[in-house]
Design a protein around this ligand. Structure first.
Ligand code: DP6
Length: 318
């Protein structure tokens, strides 16, 4: 039987995507920048079904989620797959870590379906397909750093960015909350638009993106870290001032943000970011990651995972 297997890794946004210009096509209001992480991945197997039905299984459970099934139908239509397809997706994330897996899952599913179709698509073309599952997924197609730009349905894709920083950048993932986020990013970024600060934030994302790309090219971690931290805090302010307010960080998340500042004062490279959840991410150099992880654990009793730059999408036929 025709079978295809793909794997993709999660990515951490360094300049955030937090708003759409088109909700159906998933086009972003501003460009974003990310680092693919080696520690978190999804494997996805796609095979033709004998009964002709479509089905999606996530971590062994059949899902009835309209979002997942619509994405499968979208991929089939784009790739000209007419018979039924069964998709089995497994997340290799620490159990109940409260980390979003939509980026790696949607990128892996796009890869598996492309493999099943036998079509030879370019990475930007697969990035476009992944974007239709979840915006941030279009960046998980690439290893290391990726930039996703606005545009139309054909041109809004991610591209890889080279940087000397890939050699020793590290991320300490701090598992502040093991619960899944209460407000998913899809809804959160819609709510954020009610903030009076929203348009300024979108303007800032454009500026931060340009400056971050320059810092990447120059291998300037300190500037990149400063940009990421200020971009994150700007996103949090927009969320806090939305009507109704939207608050993702918890008390421990805020304390970890403070710790990043203290560590910098001690001469340790460390910058803070968060996504649409309570977990904190500390960006650093490989040499400092174990020390930072140890500090977070001993001060806040928070478990950590150390991640480095991850590989891009891999597709295999079986
Ligand atoms: C805060 O990609 O999950 O992580 O496109 O609606 O599926 P949808 O949203 P999603 O949003 C990610 C938001 C973020 C920032 C980022 O990854 O850029």
């Amino acid at each position: 039987m025709n079978l295809s297997l793909a794997s993709a890794h999660a990515n951490l946004a360094l300049v955030k995507y937090w708003g759409k210009s088109d909700e159906d096509l998933i086009l972003p209001r501003s460009p974003s920048l990310s680092l693919t992480l080696d520690a978190l991945s999804t494997t996805c197997v796609a095979e033709g079904s004998t009964t002709g039905e479509d089905a999606v299984f996530i971590d062994g459970e059949k899902t009835e989620s309209e979002r997942d099934l619509n994405y499968l139908r979208f991929l089939k239509a784009e790739l000209g797959l007419e018979s039924g397809v069964i998709v089995r997706s497994v997340n290799h994330f620490p159990q109940a870590a409260g980390l979003a897996s939509s980026a790696s899952s949607c990128a892996a599913m796009a890869g598996a379906l492309v493999g099943l179709s036998g079509k030879n698509l370019s990475l930007p073309a697969i990035s476009r397909l992944a974007r239709h599952g979840s915006g941030s997924a279009c960046r998980s197609v690439y290893e290391g750093f990726a930039a996703w730009v606005e545009g139309d349905d054909q041109t809004s894709v991610a591209q890889p960015l080279e940087s000397p920083l890939l050699e020793d950048i590290s991320v300490v993932i701090c598992l502040v909350s093991r619960e899944f986020k209460s407000i998913p990013s899809r809804l959160g970024m819609r709510m954020a638009q009610s903030s009076p600060l929203y348009e300024d934030f979108i303007y800032q994302c454009h500026r931060d993106f340009k400056e971050a790309c320059t810092a990447l090219r120059l291998g300037d971690l300190s500037t990149l870290g400063d940009i990421t931290e200020r971009n994150t805090l700007a996103m949090n302010r927009v969320n806090q001032t939305a009507r109704p307010p939207l608050i993702y960080p918890r008390e421990k998340t805020e304390m970890i943000c403070e710790l990043a500042k203290q560590l910098r004062e001690e001469g340790i490279a460390c910058w803070y970011t968060n996504d649409a959840g309570a977990n904190a991410f500390l960006i650093t150099q490989e040499q400092f990651a174990p020390l930072i992880a140890q500090r977070v654990h001993s001060r806040f009793d928070v478990e950590t995972i150390i991640a480095g730059p991850g590989p891009g999408l891999e597709v295999r036929h079986a």
